[in-house]
Write a protein that binds this ligand. Structure first.
Ligand code: ADP
Ligand code: MG
Length: 240
């Protein structure tokens, strides 16, 4: 689904992503962990070109998206992204938040988009919030709406950047449960998170990023049970 080759990203003299290679197969759930400032967000943002890579190539679904001629908006349609801070439109209802992009991009008629939105809202037990505004929702509800909004575009892959980090502890579970459901349904996912339980349970592969490189990657059992790199060992000792 995604081939990353020799990806680098610098901000001025600061090289934050250093020659990363990664392959994400269809249906894979790659969980990325690592210390703050190690380049996790930058890497994820390069994947859907929210950041322009300094060098390297990314092939998504058979198309080289780092080609200057690639249609970025067309590519982003197929890559859902969920952030720490929800990024809902506060002046729009839940229903309008979800249907805005599919209608604007003429992927669906208003009627179709609203029917699809209600189907998705039902799936997350939030159909009674369709006409509510974001300010009337809890953090966990907002994040589940943000996920549903991405799903309405029928993405081929979902990117999550610390989706539960801004939530009160009691709301983390409902968001992780929705992500697990997506994973079970076969969604291809790349998830940056500090939730080690989620990584253990859901990841097909866990990646440790430090100082802009992939220091170690493995299946969750060996990654947590038999870490090799000293930096990973000390990181795990702090977070587990
Ligand atoms: P992480 O998500 O792992 O915490 P980031 O990808 O956010 O790490 O940041 C990696 C490094 O890149 C940090 O040193 C950060 O200060 C720097 N950085 C991130 N975004 C920018 C930017 N827009 N301009 C300049 N430096 C940035
Ligand atoms: Mg980050």
């Amino acid at each position: 689904m995604i081939y990353v080759k020799g990806l680098s990203k610098s901000y001025g003299d600061n090289q934050v992503i250093k020659n990363i290679d990664m392959h994400i197969a269809p249906g894979e759930k790659v969980v990325i962990i690592g210390p703050s400032g190690s380049g996790k967000s930058t890497f994820l943002r390069c994947l859907n070109l929210l950041e322009q890579p300094t060098s390297g190539s990314i092939v998504f679904d058979g198309q080289e998206i780092t080609d200057p001629k690639a249609d970025i908006n067309e590519i982003r349609r197929h890559m859902g992204m969920v952030f720490q801070h929800f990024n809902l439109f506060n002046n729009l209802t839940v229903l309008d938040n979800i249907t805005l992009a599919p209608i604007k991009l003429k992927i669906m008629t208003k009627k179709e988009a609203e029917a699809e939105a209600m189907r998705l809202l039902k799936l997350v037990n939030l159909e009674e919030k369709a006409s509510a505004y974001p300010a009337q929702l809890s953090g966990g509800q907002k994040q589940r709406i943000a996920i549903v909004r991405s799903l309405a575009m029928k993405p081929k892959v979902m990117l999550f950047d610390e989706p539960t980090s801004a939530l009160d502890p009691e709301m983390v579970g409902e968001v992780l449960d929705l992500m697990k459901k997506l994973a079970d349904d076969g969604m291809t996912m790349a998830v940056v998170t500090h939730e080690m339980g989620f990584a253990r349970e859901v990841a097909t592969r866990v990646v440790f990023m430090d100082e802009g490189i992939i220091m170690e990657e493995n299946n969750p059992k060996d990654f947590f049970g038999n870490p090799q790199n000293e930096r990973l060992k000390s990181f795990l000792a702090k977070v587990l």
